[in-house]
Write a protein that binds this ligand. Structure first.
Ligand SMILES: Nc1ncnc2c1ncn2[C@@H]1O[C@H](COP(=O)(O)OP(=O)(O)OP(=O)(O)O)[C@@H](O)[C@H]1O
Length: 246
């Protein structure tokens, strides 16, 4: 059985069809990159896998799901520590009225270690840098030890060392069997770091390994770009014009 199976998923928001006929399989320990233009439905796809918005079709996952929304969706002026923020990821397991137990503390400490934030456990979240905030949100999602981790644009606005650190964290999670799905606008990085790429534009336009997605036509169609687009050059894909040699 695949770690995640999506069959005939369709989502309407505000009376408009945002996603239709989405079917996808992701195997355990794989990293899937979800790419597509603005408004393509990438965030909607993650939210519907998470069950946060009503959708038709079926989503089957073999374990818990951790979700890291885009950073601007979180209220960072809330007066709580990094540790409390990470522990809040386990609220459904702990319950609002029960004290956190040994297992909860262990899971929180392990998650903070994964993202190298153990030293900042007591720091108020309002005092963190953008990169540290992203690491807190990832630790929060990891606190339930999910089998599937959903990341919405995890690298946006981060410097190169933080991107490198997170890439290493994701690779080690995947090696330990966590399945990862991330949306991204950094297409060259996705082609290097993801095992497979799903190209989304209202539906799955193409899905394959980076090596299988070297046809520039697919990128031109999905992103609505011309053969002269710098995007194709940045991916090392060159469109050969028919009759160009004449
Ligand atoms: N709550 C909502 N009500 C109505 N329409 C919505 C709602 N949320 C999203 N949409 C619309 O659904 C479409 C897909 O949005 P979504 O955020 O999934 O795109 P995206 O691919 O993640 O885009 P981006 O790259 O800009 O983040 C957009 O046209 C958006 O305006």
């Amino acid at each position: 059985m695949s770690a995640l199976s999506i069959d005939s998923l369709a989502v309407s928001l505000g009376g408009r069809q945002v996603l239709s006929d989405v079917s996808l399989r992701v195997e355990r320990g794989q990293i899937l990159g979800v790419v597509g233009p603005n408004g393509a439905g990438k965030t909607t796809l993650l939210r519907s896998i998470m069950g946060l918005i009503p959708a038709r079709g079926t989503v089957t996952c073999d374990g818990g799901i951790g979700y890291v929304p885009q950073r601007h969706e979180v209220a960072w002026d809330y007066p709580i520590s990094v540790e409390t923020m990470v522990r809040s990821g386990r609220v459904r397991r702990i319950g609002w009225l029960r004290q956190a137990g040994l297992e909860d503390h262990r899971a929180v400490a392990e998650s903070l270690r994964r993202v190298e934030l153990s030293d900042l456990a007591e720091r108020p979240i309002g005092e963190l840098s953008g990169g540290q905030r992203q690491r807190v949100m990832i630790a929060r999602a990891l606190s339930i030890r999910p089998s599937l981790l959903l990341l919405d644009e995890p690298f946006t606005g981060l410097d190169m060392p933080t991107q490198e650190l997170l890439t290493a964290v994701f690779a080690s999670l995947a090696a330990d069997g966590t399945t990862i799905i991330m949306t991204t606008h950094d297409l060259p990085a996705a082609m290097v770091t993801c095992d497979s790429i799903a190209m989304v534009a209202g539906t799955i336009v193409a899905h394959g390994t980076p090596a299988e997605l070297r046809d520039p036509e697919i990128w031109m169609r999905t992103f609505g770009i011309s053969a002269a687009s710098p995007l194709l050059a940045s991916l090392g894909l060159h469109h050969e014009e028919v009759g160009a040699a004449c």
